[in-house]
Ligand binder design. Sequence first.
Ligand code: MRU
Length: 340
Amino acid sequence: VYPKAIEWHDGKLSIIDQTLLPGSYKTIELTSLADVEEAIKSLKVRGAPAIGIAAAYGAYVAFKHLPGNDIETFKKEAREILKSLNATRPTAVNLSWALSQIEEILNTGKDHLTILKNTLDMAKHIHDEDRESCRNIGLNGAPLIKNNSNILTHCNTGALATGGMGTALALVYHAMEEKKNIHVYVDETRPLLQGSRLTAWELTQSGIAATLIADNMAAWLMGQGKIDLIIVGADRIAGNGDAANKIGTYSLAVNAKYHHIPFYVAAPTSTFDLEIMSGAEIVIEERDAEEVKHFGGCQSAPKEINAYNPAFDVTPADLITAIITEKKIIWNKEFNKINC
Ligand code: MRU
């Protein structure tokens, strides 16, 4: 049983407040556009697929507050809501992917009650489909994990980041279900510690053998022969296979190449952006510099120091051994003909 990052139950949208983990496990209800946007921006709900799912339900929650007497006014205000939701975080394409499906409902809808019903149905469908994708990513990638493997992962790509059992972590969960003997090294993932706060929490909850390391230890462990493979997630994958993911992923890939360690990206096809042909076109979110000047909520640098905080980086395709999707494994030599 995996934690449910997002739940729709009894007509209510609730999420686990991930900013409080691992200290406290608390679910909160999101009842307005402002609630949903704040939750996405502050990373109460985070991870590319989960952001898309939360925004889709969020669109319904917000549409419900609109007056429906004039359909054109309703549609105009609904489109403003989609635009505003889409602006909450720029890098994960799953957000605009999910919202574009809601926009399609607006474009073809004739009356406001049908639009509301179809919007909720679509949000549930996106949620269900992601749950299914996670399982199939795990299934497709399972043969890549041999018995007695030491796996390195970065950020959080598990149940907390998706509508199901995760992307990169789905491979780990599958290996566990297949009773393989595996061990996971978890990168802490500065500055916001998604690795130590969330992945370490998920893995200990599931009883998977795991060891936490600070990000700057990864290359040394590779050099010591302690890592057999690396699996990470992605927030946006360009048509040539370049993949944006949590800052620090690129250094792992460079180090993996040097040490001849396979480097895998696991992501649903909803994370592909085939409208761009290279990672150079991916917008990298820059977050508040205060996040770098704090560690676990405590100030860890002089107030006056400048800090820079890009939240993602782009790993060039030639450093990626393969991308594991819910449909199949795409090996590096096939990256020039990606077609989802
Ligand atoms: O800033 P976050 O926590 O939303 O970043 C999440 C990641 O970078 C994940 O690796 C990515 O979204 C893939 S999650 C299945």
